[in-house]
Ligand binder design. Structure first.
Ligand SMILES: [Zn+2]
Length: 432
C-alpha cells in the first residue's frame, strides 16, 4: 500500500528529472536568500546556468552542523520569519543547539512524507498510534504526530517517559502501533514483563522505531517480546525530522523519499563517493524545503545504499539501517568498529541482557577495549565457573565479529542505565 503511489513508484528517469529541477530551484533559493550559501557560491565561482545534471552535485559546497550553529538562530532561513509557521531545535548534546524553521508548505510536505513512512510500515486510518517520542523542540514527537493525523489514524500524543502509564494507556486505549526509540520500546517491554503483563493480551501490532541506531538482533528481540512487527525509520531535524526515509514491510532497508531529498554516500575521510554498496557517510540535499533548505548536509550517519529493486514496488532507493555515527565509529588497533556490531553479537548470546557499554583506553601505547555487558541476575550470582564460560563465549564471538580481541566484563542487570532518548554506549578515554 502506498500513500502517494504516483511519487513513490515513479520511474527513475522521471525521478531524476524532477530531482534536477527541484535542485536547480533550491540552489536559486539559497543563493538568493541565504548569506552563507551566497558567499560560498561566490567564493567557489559556481555558475548555475551550467548546472544541468545531477552528477554536478559534487561541485556544490558541504554544509556542516557547525555552519548551522554559527548562524544561530535564524541565519540559515531562506524566508522571512513572517512566512515561518513552526520552529524546532535540535538537542544541544554536543554543543550549541541548531534552529530550524518550516513554512506552511514545509509542514504539509512533512506530514505527507511521514504518512508515507507509516503507510509503508503497514499502518492505516484504522490504527491507534501511541507516540512516545518527546513533544517539544525535538522534531520526533510533532513530526510523527502530524504524519499520523494526515494518515487519518487515531493519535495518542502521550510523549516520552512514565513507562507504567504508557503501558496502562496501551491497554486501555487499545493502542495498535507504538512509536518511539527502539531502546525505549525494549524498556517498555521489560517493564511490562516485570509488571506481569502478557503482551499477547494487548492490541499492539506495529512498532515504528527511530532516532537512534539499532540492530537486526534488537529488532528480533523487540518483535518477540512485544509480539509485533517493527520497522525502522530515519530523519534528522537539520534536514526535516522524521520522514526522510522509512522501511516498507519487507523490513530490508529504508526507502529514501528521493523526490524531496537527494542523497550521497561518501567516504568520511576523502569525501569522495564510496563504491556502490560500501559503507560511508550519508550526505543529504533537500529539494523542496522552503524555510530551511540545506545543501549537501553532512549527517555523520554511516550507512550504505541498497540499489537492488524492492519487492514492494517502490522505486525509491533504500539505505541500510544506520550503522552508527562517523564519530561513534571507533578505530581500535587500526580496525573500524561500530557499536551496532557489538550489539548484534550480544543479542544472540543467551544470558546477556541487551545492554552494554564499550570503554576504550590506551595502555602502554596500545589500544585496550573493554565491553561491559549486563547479565541476567541469575548469571551474576552464579558460581565463577559459569561466569567464566559466559565471558569466554562473548569474547570469542566478539573477536570473530570485530576482527580484534577485546576484554569483557560482566555487570549486574540494570546497572548501565536505561535510555529514553539516545543511549551513550561508547566511552573513549583516549580522547580525554
Ligand atoms: Zn520496499
Amino acid at each position: 500500500m502506498y500513500w502517494q503511489p504516483e511519487k513513490e513508484c515513479m520511474s527513475r528517469a522521471d525521478l531524476e528529472q524532477l530531482q534536477l529541477e527541484r535542485l536547480q530551484s533550491t540552489l536559486y533559493r539559497v543563493g538568493t536568500h541565504v548569506p552563507f550559501y551566497r558567499q560560498k557560491f561566490r567564493e567557489m565561482k559556481l555558475d548555475f546556468d551550467s548546472f544541468n545534471t545531477l552528477a554536478d552535485i559534487h561541485k556544490l559546497p558541504f554544509t556542516m552542523k557547525q555552519d548551522l550553529r554559527d548562524s544561530y538562530p535564524y541565519g540559515m532561513f531562506a524566508v522571512p520569519l513572517r512566512e515561518v509557521v513552526r520552529i524546532h531545535s535540535s538537542s544541544g548534546t554536543t554543543g550549541m543547539a541548531t534552529v530550524v524553521g518550516y513554512t506552511r508548505n514545509d509542514i504539509k510536505n512533512w506530514a505527507d512524507l511521514v504518512a508515507r513512512v507509516l503507510c509503508a510500515a503497514g499502518l492505516t486510518a484504522d490504527d491507534v498510534i501511541q507516540i512516545a517520542f518527546g513533544y517539544g523542540l525535538f522534531t520526533g514527537g510533532f513530526g510523527l504526530h502530524y504524519g499520523a493525523e494526515r494518515l487519518g489514524a487515531s493519535v495518542i500524543p502521550i510523549s516520552s517517559g512514565n513507562t507504567k502509564r504508557q503501558i496502562q494507556i496501551m491497554q486501555d486505549f487499545k493502542t495498535t502501533a507504538l512509536v518511539c526509540t527502539p531502546s525505549y520500546a525494549l524498556n517498555i517491554a521489560d517493564v511490562m514483563l516485570d509488571m506481569g503483563i502478557n503482551p499477547s493480551g494487548l492490541s499492539l501490532k506495529f512498532g515504528l522505531f527511530g532516532a537512534e541506531p539499532w540492530s537486526e538482533a534488537m529488532r528480533r528481540e523487540i518483535n518477540e517480546k512485544l509480539g509485533i512487527q517493527s520497522t525502522d525509520n530515519y530523519g534528522l531535524s537539520e534536514v526535516m525530522g522524521p520522514g526522510v526515509a522509512g522501511e516498507c514491510q519487507e523490513c530490508n532497508g529504508l526507502h529514501i523519499n528521493e523526490d524531496h531529498f537527494l542523497v550521497e554516500v561518501l567516504d568520511p575521510e576523502t569525501l569522495e563517493p564510496v563504491k556502490p554498496g560500501e559503507i560511508g557517510e550519508l550526505v543529504i540535499t533537500t529539494l523542496t524545503k522552503e524555510a530551511f533548505p540545506v545543501i549537501r548536509y553532512r549527517t555523520h550517519d554511516l550507512t550504505r545504499l541498497l540499489p537492488e529493486p524492492c519487492p514492494c514496488g517502490r522505486t525509491f532507493i533504500r539505505i541500510n539501517r544506520i550503522l552508527g555515527r562517523t564519530d561513534d565509529m571507533l578505530i581500535i588497533k587500526g580496525v573500524n568498529v561500530f557499536p551496532t556490531q557489538i550489539e548484534s553479537v550480544l543479542f544472540d548470546i543467551d544470558g546477556t541482557a541487551p545492554h552494554y557499554r564499550i570503554v576504550v583506553e590506551r595502555e602502554n601505547h596500545q589500544d585496550k577495549a573493554t565491553v561491559l555487558v549486563e547479565v541476567k541476575e541469575s548469571y551474576f550470582f552464579d558460581e565463577m565457573k559459569k561466569q567464566g564460560a559466559l565471558i569466554d563465549t562473548i569474547k570469542s564471538r566478539l573477536a570473530s565479529e570485530l576482527g580484534i580481541g577485546v576484554a569483557v566484563k560482566l555487570v549486574e542487570e540494570k546497572t548501565l542505565g536505561r535510555f529514553e532518548g539516545k543511549g551513550q554506549r561508547v566511552i573513549d578515554k583516549r580522547k580525554i
